[in-house]
Design a protein around this ligand. Sequence first.
Ligand SMILES: *[C@@H]1O[C@H](CO)[C@@H](O)[C@H](O)[C@H]1NC(C)=O
Ligand SMILES: *[C@@H]1O[C@H](CO)[C@@H](O)[C@H](O)[C@H]1NC(C)=O
Ligand SMILES: *[C@@H]1O[C@H](CO)[C@@H](O)[C@H](O)[C@H]1NC(C)=O
Length: 791
Amino acid sequence: MASFSILPFQLLLQLFGLAIFSVAVSGTTQREVKTYIVRVQRDSKPTVFPTHRNWYVSSLLGALYQDGDKTNGVVDDSMILHAYDTVFHGFSAQLTSAQAQKLQDMDAVLGVIPEQVRQLDTTRSPEFLGLKKSDSAGLLKESDYGSDLVIGVLDTGIWPERKSFDDRDLGPVPGRWKGACSPGRDFPASSCNRKLIGARYFSAGYEATNGKMNETKEYRSPRDADGHGTHTASIAAGRYVFPASTLGYARGVAAGMAPKARLAAYKVCWLSGCYDSDILAAFDAAVADGVDVISLSVGGVVVPYYLDAIAIGAFGAMDHGVFVSASAGNGGPGGLTVTNVAPWVTTVGAGTIDRDFPAEVKLGNGKIVPGMSVYGGPALAPHKLYPLVYAGSEGSDGYSSSLCLENSLNPAVVKGKIVLCDRGINSRAAKGEVVKKAGGIGMILANGVFDGEGLVADCHVLPATAVGAASGDEIRRYIDSMTKSKSVAEATITFRGTRLNVRPAPVVASFSARGPNPETPEILKPDIIAPGLNILAAWPDKVGPSGLLSDKRRTEFNILSGTSMACPHVSGLGALLKAAHPEWSPAAIRSALMTTAYTLDNRGTTMLDESTGNSSTVMDFGSGHVHPEKAMDPGLIYDLTTYDYVDFLCNSNYTLKNIQLITRKKNFDCRNAKRAGHIGNLNYPSLSAAFQQYGRHKMSTHFIRTVTNVGDPNSVYKAIVIPPAGAIVTVHPDTLAFRRVGQKLNFLVRVEVTEVKLSPGSSSLKSGSLVWSDGKHFVTSPIVVTMQQPL
Ligand SMILES: *[C@@H]1O[C@H](CO)[C@@H](O)[C@H](O)[C@H]1NC(C)=O
Ligand SMILES: *[C@@H]1O[C@H](CO)[C@@H](O)[C@H](O)[C@H]1NC(C)=O
Ligand SMILES: *[C@@H]1O[C@H](CO)[C@@H](O)[C@H](O)[C@H]1NC(C)=O
């Protein structure tokens, strides 16, 4: 088992996020305004105010200006960016830090949350086409399966004319649907149909911070000016489209995970990011509209749950029975990088699929270096080698030219040559554009040490390929040696098209964010991984496949990589599971996905980590890779209610006020929860023992769990334990005999760690598993033991 290193950077980020807050709310002379989200006690509204909104404006905000502080002019309704009433009670507004502090001190106010700006979790690696392998395709065909379910996608909007959003053969919109098709620029209300049944946009928070949007660059409507939202929506629930192919890359079928489910697009991401106040408004609207699933491929900095608008919105959604899946983030391969870690969210990392796009480099010395690309234009001349230069070895500004930043290359040096560029700062496709402008005829893009050997294919504007960090070193050494011997370095790139049945697969993508969970180490995150590398899905007409402004190519489909692409796979699966089991809670759906996930690749060995080529661990894949068919019939589930999460928050030692802020619950007593146990007793489908201290004695902990029978009425499950190295695991009882469906039985798992030798400041990770089996189902939970020896 590998050990993981604690990255102080992430911790710093966290502390930094908090520091900004406390400085901001305590500074009394601050004039600068920013957006805050204010949580009010809903029933504190005096009856004299006809509406909550009216109360917020006249009383709460009004009070801020009583001391003659009229900096922001008159107090009126326009100060409210959004009023929230379904998943959250309160409003957002632009305030000075002093005003935020004043509000925080009011009795009717439970908390004031400074807004975070989020970014999309795509690696921005567009390219053309390919064949999407959807495990559910055979299972579901074009039946009506899932057609009563609605998936809400909170993203950059949607391009409704795509074939993926066609409503052929779909029945009427589900009667309970309360959503709307909000019209706006280039988006008449008739843009929705029986497939895309709702579309809204939320820009008040974005525009409060950035000023009015530039409507030549983006649409003041649900229409997608970026591509990300169209792509993720079609992954979750795109219709079958034949053939989905251009430019010679793999022909095939494009289909979402739940092709008959309905879609509702909630546009919350704009040119400069996705603003919390808008995201929370979208959660509020989506839940009120009646979505069954929310898909959110957006990440930010991890902060305590009561300061995290996504965690708060997701809690309200879960409380209404909505399954929320979110991307884990692209901060991998370092440890502690996972985001969206609240235990009521399903957190999704990214893996590869068994298809790739080899494009290898041949050097003048005959050496072949593996690479990856979906460049689709004219190829280089066959059987010919071209002069090769390293961008960083030319010119005076070695750093910016090594990265092929804009105008950094000397045309006299690169003209007619293949240029080796290093990854970093500017987008991968943008580097190709720089090389092309300077007269280069090809590009090799070398990963940095941090990217390791993980390769993402891009739709470059010139013949180009991506190579790993070690390959980059090898090519640089070759160029150096040729330069020293006064010879010309040479190379060519060969594009091999699409390769299927790649082994091994899946592999955990380099960029996929990793555990441990920075907020709650007792809850293993990510929960699962799903396909997130080189994923084919719908693409708008507004943007070329490389994402570059200058790219005038237009495509029906595009290929992107990121945990952004993994998340909607799980959102679609969530809808299918809900269709099969309408009575399942969001936690039951997640349990089915997690306990049936697999950890072996198609060679039968533990999935590899793309960044190292070594075996990956539970910190990389959580419970494993989703297995759609098995998830339909998990046998047992680990269920959770809203009150279980309240107990969890009590045992996390959050204050009553903070817990109320998140949960909107009032009548709970943390003393009961604390008597009943500890944070590890949340009925989660994974078991994570995080020992912070190490003395000379044994350390032990226990987990109480409850499983619900959703398989055969009469079934007997036996516990099979594979203990983590150095740990003793006992399960009581070790046999569970069920008499009926829906029956719940409890058990206790004790984990004792016998011997550890860690040097101060280091940590270790060991994992094993607990499997409940009736001979037919294998209900599997990872058991994780992490230990940290303080300095
Ligand atoms: C809006 O964007 C266009 C295109 O980039 C630009 O020409 C124009 O000046 C911008 N308008 C404003 C008001 O910034
Ligand atoms: C990968 O495995 C090799 C060989 O077992 C080992 O030397 C190396 O340290 C491992 N790399 C990482 C990052 O764990
Ligand atoms: C909460 O506080 C109790 C009592 O001080 C402590 O034992 C427990 O470890 C704390 N839990 C967390 C999650 O910090």
